[in-house]
Design a protein around this ligand. Structure first.
Ligand SMILES: Nc1nc2c(ncn2[C@@H]2O[C@H](COP(=O)(O)OP(=O)(O)O)[C@@H](O)[C@H]2O)c(=O)[nH]1
Ligand SMILES: [Mg+2]
Length: 457
């Protein structure tokens, strides 16, 4: 289990913080947690303390001065978020009221919590594992519905269970090797080599399956960069606005209006998209416009999808070939202003060109579907019940486990090393999964995980 024995973790302190975001709002949440939470709270309430887990409207005082009328709820240990005695004050919102209550509680012996300290205590008290704690951070930071779902699934323990079962399989494999080493001449014969091979292969392919979710996890977390490029005046900014469903980019009839890149998030389809409107690509002497085009080119290089836009088929071909030379991302050829396309041009439309009109809205839905399909092809479809790796920490630990397992298998198959030495690789693989879940002493892992948390969580 996790040891809490370092000075950085002062579990005996009672900590307090405003848990809601600062600013004007109807209500705010002040959280007080630790061994003295109940006695500290009692000093600021005149009524006898409320029943556990029942919210009660109480006046909150600082000495003789009334600070607020708040709903107060007591959560006795261990049945609280942190696992310690906890008091939650649902106070009136705004800048002043919650902070005066926090100040009063601090004057009675509580300490201001550090970012993520409540969740950290929940981990140290065994209420959550580290993956679940990370899921809370992800849920708070989620900017798309799929990130929200992924985080909730991880909070529910989906990824933890998957990793625990892989860890147990690895330990099973270790046991087979140990048996083989200890009793090589048993009556039943040693453990058949094929059994060990199969067990190792099964685990290796499960680890690979998890690793294969990394690119999708990255897109889910960050959003897929979808860059709109094309010659000036092609209707790129109009398409950007139409896809966003609101006016964001400046649209004019003057070529060269969009000089920088504009980015906005679309979360209406399967994948979260970071749509980028860029400056038109053309030969120019204008220094600022040239800088804008350099930004376009940079975006194109980091894009997951490029929408190559033009209003006639000849310039569309040109822009598609220009994009192919500077981006490895899938390119969707988009024929803009389709409301203006002449009959002759229409006959040229191939199935690979998506005609859209920002003016009438025609083709926008088809374009969004094509983007989702291209992302499915590139990153694999999002399978609702399969855990997805969304953090570099996960990827690193599972890569380590996978490569250690490979080294074990090679050494074992070629009988290069004694089995006991080969088994050291298995131990390292087990350790890296345990570190990922937080089943070993991992103060530094905790520090890394909680460094990005907000205060009050
Ligand atoms: N008829 C029609 N005109 C459009 C459409 N999209 C853009 N335009 C016009 O084309 C001109 C250039 O549009 P804009 O979005 O600024 O192009 P950009 O330079 O590629 O960003 C503007 O006058 C727009 O009103 C469309 O779908 N249909
Ligand atoms: Mg523009």
């Amino acid at each position: 289990m996790i040891s809490a024995g370092t000075s950085a973790v002062q579990l005996e302190d009672t900590i307090v913080s405003v848990a809601s975001a600062p600013g004007r709002g109807a209500v705010a949440l002040v959280r007080l947690s630790g061994p003295n939470a109940f006695s500290i709270a009692a000093k600021h309430l005149r009524l006898p303390p409320p029943e556990p887990r029942v919210s009660q409207l109480c006046d909150v005082f600082d000495g003789e001065q009334k600070l607020d009328q708040a709903l107060v709820t007591l959560f006795p240990s261990p049945g609280s978020f942190t696992g310690d005695n906890t008091v939650e004050f649902s106070t009136h919102g705004g800048y002043l009221v919650p902070s005066t209550i926090v100040a009063a509680l601090i004057s009675s012996g509580a300490r201001q919590a550090t970012p993520g300290e409540f969740t950290r205590r929940a981990v140290l008290n065994g209420k959550l594992d580290i993956l679940q704690a990370e899921a809370i951070g992800d849920l708070i930071d989620a900017s798309s519905h799929i990130m929200q779902l992924t985080a909730l699934r991880q909070l529910d323990g989906g990824l933890s269970r998957r990793l625990l079962s892989l860890r147990n399989d690895l330990i099973g494999l270790e046991a087979l090797i140990a048996y083989d080493v200890d009793f090589p001449e048993e009556d039943d014969g040693p453990v058949p080599r094929s059994r060990i091979d199969q067990a190792a292969e099964g685990i290796a392919s499960s680890l690979e399956a998890l690793l294969s979710t990394v690119p999708a996890g990255e897109v889910i977390r960050e959003g897929a960069i979808v860059v709109i490029v094309g010659p000036p005046n092609a209707g790129k900014s109009s398409l950007f606005n139409a896809l966003l469903g609101r006016s964001r980019a400046i649209v004019t009839e003057m070529p060269g209006t969009t000089r920088d890149a504009l980015e906005a998030v679309i979360d209406s389809g399967k994948w979260p998209l970071r749509l980028v409107d860029t400056a038109g690509l053309r030969e120019t002497e204008d220094r600022i416009e040239r800088l804008g085009m350099e930004v376009s080119e940079r975006y194109m290089r980091s894009a997951q999808i490029v929408l190559a836009c033009a209003e006639d088929s000849r310039s569309l071909e040109e822009i598609v070939s220009l994009v192919s030379s500077s981006s490895t991302a899938p390119i969707l050829a988009v024929l803009t202003k389709s409301d203006l396309v002449s009959k002759r041009d229409e006959s040229l439309l191939s199935r690979t060109v998506i005609p859209v009109s920002a003016e009438t809205g025609t083709g926008l839905r088809e374009l969004l579907c094509a983007i989702d399909e291209a992302l499915d092809t590139r990153h694999g479809e999002i399978i609702p019940d399969l855990p997805i790796l969304t953090r570099a920490r996960h990827r690193n630990a599972i890569s380590t486990a996978s490569s250690e397992l490979k080294q074990f298998t090679e050494a074992w198959r070629e009988e290069k090393l004694p089995a006991t030495v080969a088994a050291v690789h298995l131990r390292t693989a087990v350790y890296s999964l345990e570190e990922l879940i937080g089943a070993v002493e991992v103060e530094d892992v905790l520090d890394r995980v909680f460094s990005s948390f907000c205060v009050g969580k």
